[in-house]
Design a protein around this ligand. Structure first.
Ligand SMILES: Cc1cc2nc3c(=O)[nH]c(=O)nc-3n(C[C@H](O)[C@H](O)[C@H](O)COP(=O)(O)OP(=O)(O)OC[C@H]3O[C@@H](n4cnc5c(N)ncnc54)[C@H](O)[C@@H]3O)c2cc1C
Length: 305
């Protein structure tokens, strides 16, 4: 119930305009993002580097309204890649196609992500394409397939709560893809997505095993984006049983979430990347973080008190 309300709030324009003005809300957000500016994210990436973590950065924002904005976002990401290179950080980018104009002109969003990926390739960096709600699943995969045939330094996110995901993994295998498997963060109806947590978790294990099996035969580079300790441990065990070396896959976790697991994985000699978000358009993203763990709402209320 609480999850549904929070996901509804993430799409509500009036709340999106009103709530970020409150200081207690802005204060609560700090738990999940170091600041609104790109320098805040890069500083956090430097701090994490000293602890042994690699990072991914993303500028929050989605469903932009003009093509000019999409152009600005592209320029911003290319500049950011230059700053990452100047600081010699092992930091990748994660981008949302609707922030690159996908709603307005799919072809243009493909051109933008291609520009960013090309720039990243020159600097030895990597670009992840986030997966948004199911309106965009198919078109996102098509954009990914096009960019992937031209560049190796691009990967895509797949969501285990969707029935179609096992099929999408099979479909992408011939591309020897980099796939970031997550459970999925949006509100999706029962005709396309598992509704029960148990079913999502089971499908996530099944897809994870599929990806682990794909390392040797199909050249897949899997990334597991989760904080679920049971799932993390299961993936570690299954990889060990298959003789998959730790360098053949990565774990990605979100900034500020389950730092105990982040440290445990690092100590076990795994490759761990922390995804750091920044930017002023954090409201829908923050509501999705609250929906993942409704207990987080009490943290917001504590800030109010
Ligand atoms: C690197 C990365 C990239 C992602 N990219 C996408 C994407 O492109 N598209 C998409 O739909 N989703 C994306 N997600 C979000 C993902 O779909 C899940 O919503 C999110 O990771 C929570 O699921 P979980 O696997 O951690 O498991 P859960 O079962 O939800 O959580 C397991 C445990 O992790 C902790 N936890 C999880 N979330 C939170 C939180 N918000 N606050 C505090 N504790 C928490 C809790 O201890 C919880 O018990 C991404 C997640 C990560 C880590």
């Amino acid at each position: 119930m609480m999850r549904s309300v929070l996901l509804w709030a993430s799409r509500n324009q009036r709340l999106r305009d009103a709530l970020p003005r409150y200081r207690f809300v802005r204060k609560a957000v700090k738990r999940f993002m170091p600041g609104e500016q790109s320098v805040d994210a890069l500083q956090a990436a430097e701090d994490l580097r000293t602890k042994g973590f690699s990072t991914v950065v993303t500028c929050l924002g989605e469903n932009i309204l003009t093509l000019a904005e999409a152009g600005h976002v592209t320029t911003h990401y290319c500049d950011l890649l230059d700053q990452i290179a100047a600081r010699r950080l092992d930091t990748h980018l994660s981008v949302k196609l609707t922030q690159l104009g996908h709603d307005l002109d799919v072809e243009m969003s493909y051109q933008h992500v291609k520009t960013i990926t090309e720039h990243a390739a020159k600097l030895g960096s990597f670009v992840w394409i986030d997966m948004e709600n199911t309106v965009y699943t198919e078109s996102t995969l098509r954009v990914f397939e096009r960019v992937r045939t031209e560049y190796h330094n691009v990967g895509v996110c797949l969501q285990a709560y969707l029935y179609r995901t096992a099929g999408d993994i099979r479909r992408l295998l011939p591309l020897r893809p980099a796939i970031r498997l997550v459970k999925g963060a949006y509100a999706e109806p029962p005709d396309v997505a598992f509704q029960r947590k148990r079913e999502v978790d089971d499908n996530c294990v099944e897809c994870a095993l599929h990806l682990l099996n794909g390392i040797a035969h199909d050249g897949v580079w899997p990334v597991f984006g989760t904080h679920d300790r049971r799932l993390l441990v299961r993936i570690q065990q299954e990889a060990r049983m298959r003789g998959v070396p730790n360098e053949a896959f990565e774990f990605h976790l979100l900034y500020g979430i389950r730092q105990d697991e982040q440290a445990r994985l690092l100590q076990a000699d795994h490759r761990v990347r922390v995804l750091i978000s920044y930017g002023s358009s954090w409201f829908p993203w923050y509501m999705r973080r609250l929906a993942e763990r409704p207990a987080n709402v009490f943290f917001v209320l504590r800030n109010l008190i």
